[in-house]
Ligand binder design. Structure first.
Ligand SMILES: Cc1ncc(COP(=O)(O)O)c(C=O)c1O
Length: 371
């Protein structure tokens, strides 16, 4: 015979049906903060995901959007999404392109600009998706190694641009280093380069940045410059599995890229993203917990004498001093998955931030592995 449900059980189960949303009680429906205590096993510190999962409002909206999920043609919802994003970015809807994750926009940019050959200039290490897609099309990628402090080598980047360069791939903050370049440095670089080729600025981690000198390069798009910016709902909005990203560029660029998009964005993603954008409390919670987690890692790295790059993202790149493969295996034995190798930085690790209790487990496991 089944146990009678207590009121608490009932609430918990109802919450599960609504993807974790509570129906009654303090903070119901408008609550933004998913439980920070529930731990994951293994602890995922390898893909730069938001450990808290989607906001409650996004979860509830997705549950409701199931009703629409048997239908084709969400043209209306895509138009609405573009209008919302255009308003947020201060551009027109014709300057927004939606993709199945920002990765799709990176790929169609590669297809359009490098489909007939040509070259890319990119920081190394950096986020490689656009580069490798272009290489598969036969393009050449000039990878410019970052300086010893992990900041971009601007003179070398400028020097690497030649008459065949079609695109500069600039990730800010950069993945895997986490280093963000302030507007005072990046803006003049974009202005100087945009007459030579498209300056593509991948701002996937934009919302995590705390550095006051940082600014999105969207303002250069507004000025009509040959600059494209991409953003994603996969990071601070915690919707990586739902696949929604967007690009901002002049209408003439958007109209070239949009026909190359291979599918349509999905209705759950659109509805969840609209809800998540409004949920500023969730974004603020994610940002501040990310900062606390990073401070804890910096402290552990300093205690153990490890070199690291100060990160503006939701991850930290640091020198383990042992092979990353060995480090990965040792951490996995402790129930923690850490980032993959980024050659030639084979003794460095990219570590994604996690929940407070998971961070404590990381700290103690790391000290044991390094002892
Ligand atoms: C810098 C950067 N850009 C783009 C992406 C692609 O993200 P998505 O396709 O989920 O929007 C990622 C994913 O990790 C990333 O780190």
């Amino acid at each position: 015979m089944s146990e009678p449900l207590t009121r608490r059980d009932w609430l918990r189960r109802s919450g599960a049906l609504l993807g974790g949303a509570t129906l009654v009680g303090p903070g119901a429906l408008t609550a933004t903060t998913p439980s920070p205590r529930r731990s994951r096993s293994p602890i995922r510190m390898m893909y730069n995901e938001n450990p808290y999962g989607p906001s409650r409002t996004a979860r509830m909206t997705m549950t409701k959007a199931f009703e629409e999920s048997s239908l084709y043609n969400h043209f209306g919802a895509s138009v609405e999404m573009k209008e919302i994003l255009a308003k947020k970015e201060g551009v027109s809807p014709e300057e927004i392109v939606l993709g199945s994750g920002s990765r799709e926009i990176l790929n169609v940019a590669a297809l359009h600009y490098l489909g007939d050959g040509g070259e890319i200039v990119a920081n190394y290490p950096g986020y490689e998706t656009l580069n490798t897609y272009a290489e598969n099309l036969g393009a050449k990628v000039n990878r410019v190694r970052v300086k010893d402090d992990m900041s971009p080598d601007f003179p070398a980047l400028r020097k690497a641009v030649n008459e065949n360069t079609k695109l500069i791939n600039f990730c800010n903050p950069n993945n895997p280093t986490g280093v963000a370049v302030g507007a005072k440095t990046l803006e003049p670089f974009c202005r100087a380069m945009e007459s030579k080729c498209l300056v593509f600025v991948d701002e996937a981690y934009n919302e995590y940045v705390m550095d006051k000198g940082y600014r999105s390069m969207v303002n250069l798009v507004k000025e009509g410059l040959n600059v494209m910016v991409t953003r994603t709902f996969s990071k601070i909005h915690a919707l990586a599995g739902i696949r929604l990203g967007y690009g901002v560029a002049m209408p003439v660029i958007v109209s070239k890229l949009e026909p190359l998009i291979t599918g349509t964005v999905n209705i759950l993603g659109l509805r969840a993203a609209m809800a998540s954008l409004k949920d500023e409390g969730f974004q603020e919670m994610s940002r501040s917990k990310n900062l606390t987690a990073k401070e804890m890692v910096y402290e552990v790295l300093e205690q153990t004498g490890k070199e690291y790059a100060v990160s503006e993202g939701n991850f930290i790149f640091f020198r383990t001093g042992i092979s990353i493969k060995e480090f990965q295996a040792k951490m996995e034995k402790k129930g923690i998955l850490v980032g993959r190798p980024f050659p030639p930085f084979d003794k460095w690790c990219r570590l994604s931030m996690a929940k407070p209790n998971e961070m404590r487990k990381f700290a103690s496991s790391f000290k044991e592995v390094m002892a």
